[in-house]
Design a protein around this ligand. Sequence first.
Ligand SMILES: Nc1ncnc2c1ncn2[C@@H]1O[C@H](COP(=O)(O)OP(=O)(O)OP(=O)(O)O)[C@@H](O)[C@H]1O
Length: 245
Amino acid sequence: MMAIIEVKDVRTVFGSKVIHDGLNLEINQGEIYGLLGPSGCGKTTLLREMVMLQGFHSGSIKILGEKIESISDEAAQKLRREWGVLFQAGALFSSLSIKENIALPLIEYSDLSNSMIEEIVDFKINLVGLKSSDAHLFPSEISGGMKKKAALARSLAMDPKLLFLDEPTSGLDPISAREFDQLILNLRSMLDLTIVMVSHDLQSIYDTLDRVAIIDNKKIVSEGTLSEVMSTSSEFIQTFFKNQG
Ligand SMILES: Nc1ncnc2c1ncn2[C@@H]1O[C@H](COP(=O)(O)OP(=O)(O)OP(=O)(O)O)[C@@H](O)[C@H]1O
């Protein structure tokens, strides 16, 4: 197995508060990998560090062979195109239609013609289970589930190898949430994606994740498949997976 992301000895400090202290994990090519742990343990922070939205105090994060703590601006610019991001706050632009939202990265980062961009956008819209006829709708005109799908289509616009998702099913009704899980599984196999996901949604965790890392007390207290992790004696794990399996 090939590690596509390697986090080594990462330390993160905000002011006098230590968030991560000696964090280590490895994410393999093609897996759906979950970051779990109690509220405030630094899951979103780690995700933001991986996509270079935020620095860390010490340690190393290697993504697709590049050490991001010492990467050149030019290499960083290239690397950013290798991943798609679906963060909670990273919603759609409300003044743009679904189609325009998805076209945005292509207009910004590619030299493709307008007609090529239109074709790609239509393809991505269908890929996430939206209809071509929805393309002209604005975010205010569509459901929460459709918004997530449209945002996902936008994150896939540049054909990324990696996808980072921060609580993708939060705020969705159970039916839309399960539909979204299925979509993630389908996309992974169709597009050969590696997916890193933060989640609190137990059903989603069971249905989609191949391996997980549990962050607690500034470190990874357990990493592995769900059944491996559940046998760990951590208070968070025992509480979180109580009455399961
Ligand atoms: N830019 C920042 N400046 C100062 N403190 C921050 C910053 N970003 C995050 N923190 C703090 O770091 C800690 C970890 O936050 P983070 O959002 O990563 O946790 P989380 O595990 O994702 O939590 P949740 O599950 O509740 O979303 C929190 O105490 C948060 O207040």
